[in-house]
Write a protein that binds this ligand. Structure first.
Ligand SMILES: Nc1ncnc2c1ncn2[C@@H]1O[C@H](COP(=O)(O)OP(=O)(O)OP(=O)(O)O)[C@@H](O)[C@H]1O
Length: 234
């Protein structure tokens, strides 16, 4: 039997987010503690899902309240938090910056593997795990959209983060690649926070948060959450 994953705690206490000018509230005061293995976040476009997800690694800072990840204050210990949290963007182009696939994974490993030859070897191992070893020396622009998303995930997972936050990681993918990326995410031992419009993926989560108009509308078991969301758009 697979070992139980180590779950870290994301805790938001009275957290709200407003635009810098204060003219728009992006997240109403929210208190949450996320300790489940797989947590889904669903809701309409513009409801505030990404805002919530981005707070977990400090990409969005709370205007009020405190966000803790495994006891670390995101506002004060941002670098330590980001070492624990791997963030995967909807569009892999947002995180693929090196010319070739292997170089991009090597970039992720720069802090943890100091020796260049070891870094190359580790990056090649990571590519193999994702079925991309034959693309190692290919340009990141010359691989398919599905492969790019897998490569972006490979770069995130290469650093072995304690928690993986994925913001609509399959939105740009076809059905086969959607399944491949989703299976990979749901096969992770790490804690997963998954923002998604894919209700099948939401149903695979242990807990689902429904966001509506910058507030949590529902928070509970997957089936009940999906039913609540569907009712809200009926
Ligand atoms: N920096 C910002 N300045 C102003 N408005 C912002 C900013 N960031 C987000 N917003 C607005 O906040 C609202 C919530 O955005 P967010 O990206 O969290 O929504 P979402 O639920 O993830 O949407 P989608 O499903 O379309 O990705 C949107 O109306 C968005 O335009």
């Amino acid at each position: 039997m697979a070992a139980e994953p180590t779950l870290i705690t994301f805790a938001a206490a009275g957290v709200s987010v407003s635009t810098p000018t204060g003219d728009k509230v992006l997240l109403e005061p929210t208190t949450l503690e996320l300790t489940e293995h797989r947590i889904g976040v669903i809701g309409a476009n513009g409801s505030g899902k990404s805002t919530l997800a981005r707070m977990i690694n400090g990409l969005v800072t709370a205007t009020t309240g405190q966000v803790l990840v495994d006891g670390l204050d995101v506002a004060k210990q941002g670098a330590a938090v980001r070492r624990k949290v791997g963030f995967c963007f909807t569009d892999p182009a947002a995180q693929l910056v090196m010319p070739t696939c292997v170089e991009d994974v090597e970039l992720s490993l720069r802090r943890t593997v100091k020796k260049a030859s070891e870094r190359r070897a580790r990056a090649l191992e990571v590519l193999e795990r994702f079925g991309l070893e034959h693309r190692a020396d290919v340009s990141v622009h010359a691989i398919s959209g599905g492969q790019r998303q897998l490569l972006a995930l490979a770069g995130v997972l290469a650093t072995d983060p304690a928690i993986v936050v994925a913001d609509e990681p399959t939105t740009l993918l076809d059905l086969a690649n959607t399944r491949r990326v989703a299976d990979l995410l749901f096969g992770l031992e790490q804690q997963l926070v998954l923002v998604t419009h894919d209700l099948e993926q939401a149903r695979r989560c242990d807990r689902v948060i429904v966001v509506e108009d910058a507030r949590v509308r529902f928070d509970g078991p997957a089936e009940a959450a999906v039913a609540d969301y569907l009712a809200s758009v009926a």
